[in-house]
Each structure stands twice: as C-alpha cells, then as structure tokens.
Design a protein. Structure first.
Length: 95
C-alpha cells in the first residue's frame, strides 16, 4: 500500500464534507419539525410534576436534535476547510 491510500486527499475531504452536509439538511428539517410539533402541543396542566417532567423531556429532545445538527454542520465545514488547505498545498507543490 502506498502512503496516498492512507493520507489526506482532496477527494476524500470533499466527499466527507458532502456526506456530512447532506446529513445536516435532513437533520435540520427534523429539528424544525420537532420544535414545531412541541410548540403546537400544550403542556399538561393537571399535575405540576407532569408539567416539570414534560418540560425536561422537551428540552432534552430539542437540545439533542440541535446538537446533532450542529455537529454535522461543523464537521462539514471543517472538512471543507481541510479540502481548501489540501488544495492549496497541492497547488503550491505543483509550482
């Protein structure tokens, strides 16, 4: 095996950025759907403990959804920057 198969290549980083960016879009849509659904439904008002638990669960679900979306967006952005860096190194080594 050559070093190129294990090294960072422009194609690998661009493909990774496209995959992560492609996953970010449906995750964002899922996050907005979850937030919209929770905004439509009122909290239970019969029991204070049930309302407190409902608020905690809603916060956790929305927070995890936003966190997953942000992680994939940052990964896509980082891989895109890595592709730019790799491309610049490749161009400067060509000259």
């Amino acid at each position: 095996m050559t070093d190129e198969s294990h090294g960072i290549t422009l194609r690998k980083s661009l493909l990774g950025a496209m995959i992560a960016g492609g996953l970010t879009i449906p995750l964002y849509q899922l996050t907005m759907a979850i937030i919209g659904r929770y905004a439509e439904q009122p909290l239970p008002d019969g029991n204070q403990a049930a309302a407190t638990i409902a608020v905690a669960v809603r916060t956790l679900v929305m927070g995890l959804s936003v966190l997953m979306t942000a992680v994939f967006a940052f990964i896509a952005f980082g891989l895109l920057l890595l592709a730019v860096q790799t491309g610049v190194k490749w161009i400067t080594n060509q000259n």
